[in-house]
Design a binder for this molecule. Structure first.
Ligand code: PHE
Length: 460
């Protein structure tokens, strides 16, 4: 008994209900919404993609999130330990292993982009965008910035170091405290930027691209990209939400929490699009411009709008902090595994996993022009960062979500899951709908998409 209590203290739990919700939303909201969503939408034809993305959030994202929370809270373990507990001695633990590996993989390239936001915060603050600049000029500044090997590696290092510092502090003090205040402020500033962007001349063309679906632009690949984006943005398919759920008390309403997290996350992404696309069209830039989109588009409005330097630097600062609450959740997955299963002290786990992610992040940092082989990989053609993003950020998460849905739907069983959700007198009114989505819609939809990609070989 005594031993158990000590264990609990070592693992930690959330300090409050809002704290958990904000931490889960903090994990979900990040570069996925503001950096990745607009550029993937731009590359995949706009409004039709957005429509499919939102459908996937509702039909696949929310059910899988409920499944992850439930597995986590029921076992109070990291992903590997959780599968081991619910299906002892089976190969299901490999789903957890995939999650831990994916966490480090995503953390590595994600921190490179997060480093760019820090760099852009300082650039904006020191007046780099205090005067009007044209789109090409902005693109040139960005290209030069990310092509500098020393700067990008230093920023990558700094970002991972800060993440490690927070994660080493443990759950309640570290993660919760940050998330609670920052997300609402980020929301406010996005609304402000969106309102301004909509007043720009030519904004309506952007709105049309973003909101008026042109179904002729939908390809099979569009579905795979929309699925990957939905899962990435909601932090699903690698056990982040299993891990966060494991620090949860039995009182929480898991289904309602998942609904809120998905709602906040989607609203922020849609809002980011509402800033980017009107501006982009007003400035005559290309929507399919790729991973630099946000960094190229936004500085063009900071120079125009009143107090642009203030809003611009505040924006990049908040974006960096939103990214931080996501990198924290990425690092927490491997760390929780080592603390729970290998009995490592938290600090040692943080130090080793953080270092690993840093080393793995270096080729991504160098893939933006600094080293030409990494910038366009032989045969594949894409750069190292883009490749990591596709492999870990799309496919790993899709495979992981497929397996999680199958696990809860058929192996552990929706009955057991619903019993866990309904503990402590909580009623799960939509239990039957959820069960249907988890057992049939999620696995079939994801399997069809992945199968199609495999058969046609259109991986990227
Ligand atoms: N959801 C985060 C974002 O949108 C990224 C993330 C993916 C975090 C997977 C954890 C796990 O920025």
């Amino acid at each position: 008994m005594e031993g158990r209590r000590v264990d609990k203290v070592e693992r930690g739990t959330w300090g409050s209900r809002v704290g958990f919700l904000m931490a889960a939303a903090g994990s979900a909201i990040g570069l996925g919404n503001i950096w990745r969503f607009p550029y993937v939408t731009g590359q995949n034809g706009g409004a039709a993609f957005v429509l499919i993305y939102v459908a996937f959030v509702v039909l696949i994202g929310i059910p899988v999130m409920i499944a992850e929370f439930t597995i986590g809270r029921s076992t109070q373990k990291n992903p590997i330990g959780a599968f081991e507990t619910l299906a002892p001695g089976s190969w299901w633990r490999w789903v957890g292993v995939l999650g831990v590996v994916t966490g480090i993989g995503i953390l590595s390239f994600y921190s490179v982009v997060a480093g760019w936001t820090v760099g852009y915060f300082f650039k904006t603050l020191t007046g780099a965008f205090s005067h009007e600049i044209a789109g090409e000029e902005s693109a040139r500044i960005f290209g030069q910035f990310i092509g500098n090997p020393g700067v990008s590696i230093a920023l990558l290092f700094a970002f991972i170091a800060i993440t490690m510092y927070v994660v080493a502090g443990g759950i309640a003090d570290g993660i919760e405290r940050w998330s609670k205040v920052l997300m609402p402020v980020l929301f406010g500033i996005l609304v402000l930027l969106a309102v301004y962007a909509l007043t720009l001349e030519g904004a309506s063309k952007g709105l049309e691209f973003y909101l008026k679906p042109d179904l002729s632009k939908v390809r099979a690949g569009t579905f795979a990209k929309a699925l990957g984006q939905a899962l990435f943005s909601l932090s699903l398919g690698m056990g982040t939400m299993i891990t966060y759920g494991s620090y949860l008390s039995k009182k929480e309403n898991l289904a309602v929490s998942a609904g809120y997290v998905a709602l906040f996350d989607t609203v922020i992404a849609l809002l980011a699009g509402l800033v980017i696309f009107p501006t982009l069209f007003a400035m005559g830039l290309n929507p399919a411009g790729g991973a630099g989109l946000v960094f190229v588009v936004l500085p063009t409005i900071f120079g125009k709008m009143p107090l642009g330097t203030v809003f611009g630097s505040l924006f990049f600062l908040l974006l960096a902090l939103a990214a931080l609450t996501s990198t924290i959740s990425l690092l927490e997955v491997p760390v929780a595994y080592l603390v729970d299963e290998k009995r490592w002290p938290r600090r040692r786990a943080v130090l080793s996993m953080g270092t690993l992610a840093f080393v793995l992040g270096i080729p991504s940092a160098l893939s933006q022009g600094a080293v030409s082989v990494l910038s366009a990989l032989p045969r594949i053609g894409m750069g190292f960062l883009d490749l990591m993003n596709a492999l870990f950020g799309n496919y790993s998460l899709s495979v992981g979500s497929l397996l999680i849905a199958i696990f809860v739907g058929y192996r552990w069983g929706v009955r057991n899951a619903v019993r866990e959700i309904e503990q402590d007198g909580t009623r799960f009114a939509l239990a039957a709908h959820w069960a249907f989505l988890v057992r049939f819609i999620c696995p079939v939809a994801v399997a069809v998409i992945l199968g199609y990609i495999l058969l046609t070989g259109q991986y990227f």
